[in-house]
Design a protein around this ligand. Structure first.
Ligand code: CMC
Length: 378
């Protein structure tokens, strides 16, 4: 075996072989199962895309109808999960609530039959169906309201917005949310997906796999960045303040949230589509006052950091879209998790096909053969 050099953050080191998605970071290309993200955003819907990612092929009309029917049927939460949620502090972060709820599903559906395709399918359906309901329920319960039951006549995206905002969304916001779910569904071996795969490699249950991935997605260097972008735009406050603010950040060597990516060295193709979606929403429902600040910041960062390949990533424009859809800032990352569950489950299933437990090595930098000093002498 060749021993590789140590690379912090495993940069550039393959951790698996996968046929789920592909990124070309120099040309700004993202494909799910070989299909460019732009085509899926234009022509697919989230559940069809999830099916494609998880089972490797676009479903037939009948397969899709059955899949949608099963998801719709499993959207409700057990009342005991709702009771558990009532005990959560309302000040708690919704990502922590979601992680606890995802793990709790393992208590109710504890049979673990990883070699049974019916078990795999049932777990996929439960997780995709219930995670949006959990996110919306936490939002209503922390305001002191009862959760809204899912509506079987609404599609996946429209139903989530309905459960969250307690009113049926117009077709345009529902469509835009659907596209946003497609865009966030999968992205090769990012931190949360790697976390899901490591957990999956121990052959634990899929609820633990998703719970560990949710915990990993929560951090500000990963999914949490979309929330930070809004705080940053609010702090900048005006187009005139963009350049002085940026100068100051760069002087302090601070990272600009929503910019930079380990793989993309050009503008993330998802950011391009999200920006177009934001503009469509603003055209119909009014411009977000921070959009001009964001556009100016993109320009200023390109001038200052373009030579390092620092451009907007997926999190830069997503917050402005979510805000217009009535999604509160601290739900941006849970909404990302709703969508990324499809990618995590695709990798879980792929991992099980040829599983070997993850057990990398380390380079030891500590001491050897040290004396033990008795506590009385310390
Ligand atoms: N602002 C300013 N400089 C940056 C930024 C940024 N956002 N990102 C990278 N750089 C610079 C960094 O200072 C370094 O410069 P130098 O070589 O002179 O020291 C160089 O670019 C390489 O940066 P790095 O931190 O070594 O890159 P990484 O691949 O380890 O980190 C990243 C990637 C996404 C964590 C990082 O770009 C970052 O912290 N961005 C801000 C947080 C963010 O937007 N995260 C969302 C990521 S995309 C979606 C997701 O994963 O959820």
């Amino acid at each position: 075996m060749t021993v590789c050099e140590y690379r912090a953050g495993l940069e550039g080191i393959p951790a698996t072989q996968s046929s789920i998605s592909y990124v070309d970071g120099q040309r700004g290309i993202l494909e799910y199962r070989g299909i460019p993200i732009e085509k899926l955003a234009e022509q697919s819907n989230f559940l069809e895309t999830a099916y494609l990612l998880i089972w490797g092929e676009l479903p037939t009309q009948e397969e899709l109808k059955l899949f949608e029917h099963e998801i719709t049927h499993h959207r409700r939460l057990k009342y005991r999960i709702r009771d558990m949620m009532k005990c959560f502090p309302e000040s708690g972060h919704p990502m922590d609530a979601l992680q606890a709820c995802a793990a709790a599903l393992g208590l109710f559906y504890s049979k673990r039959a990883l070699d049974d395709p019916a078990y795999i399918r049932a777990a996929v359906i439960r997780l995709l169906a219930k995670i949006p309901t959990m996110v919306a329920a936490f939002q209503l319960m922390r305001k002191g309201n009862d959760p809204v039951q899912p509506r079987d006549d609404l599609g996946y995206a429209a139903n989530f917005l309905y459960m969250l905002n307690e009113q049926e969304p117009d077709p345009l916001p529902a469509k835009i949310f659907e596209v946003s779910l497609i865009l966030h569904a999968e992205h090769t071996i990012n931190a949360s997906t790697f976390s899901a795969m490591v957990t999956a490699s121990t052959l634990t249950d899929p609820y633990a796999v998703v719970a560990s991935a949710v915990g990993t997605l929560a951090g500000p260097l990963h999914g949490g960045a979309s929330e930070e972008v809004i705080f940053m735009l609010e702090e900048i406050g005006s187009v005139e303040n963009v350049r002085p603010w940026l100068e100051e950040q760069l002087a302090h060597k601070s990272k600009i949230m929503g910019f930079g990516h380990r793989v993309y060295k050009v503008k993330d193709p998802r950011a391009t589509i999200l920006q177009q979606l934001a503009e469509k929403l603003f055209e119909k429902y009014g411009r977000d006052k921070y959009y001009d600040v964001a556009v100016e910041l993109e320009q200023a960062v390109a001038e200052k950091l373009g030579h390092k390949g620092i451009y907007p990533n997926v999190d830069f424009y997503s917050g402005l879209v979510y805000r217009k859809l009535g999604i509160p800032t601290d739900l941006f990352t849970p909404v990302f998790a709703i969508s990324r569950t499809a990618g995590w489950l695709a990798h879980w299933k792929e991992q099980l096909n040829e599983n070997r437990i993850f057990r990398p090595t380390q380079i030891y930098t500590g001491l050897h053969d040290e004396p033990y000093v008795p506590i009385s002498e310390r």
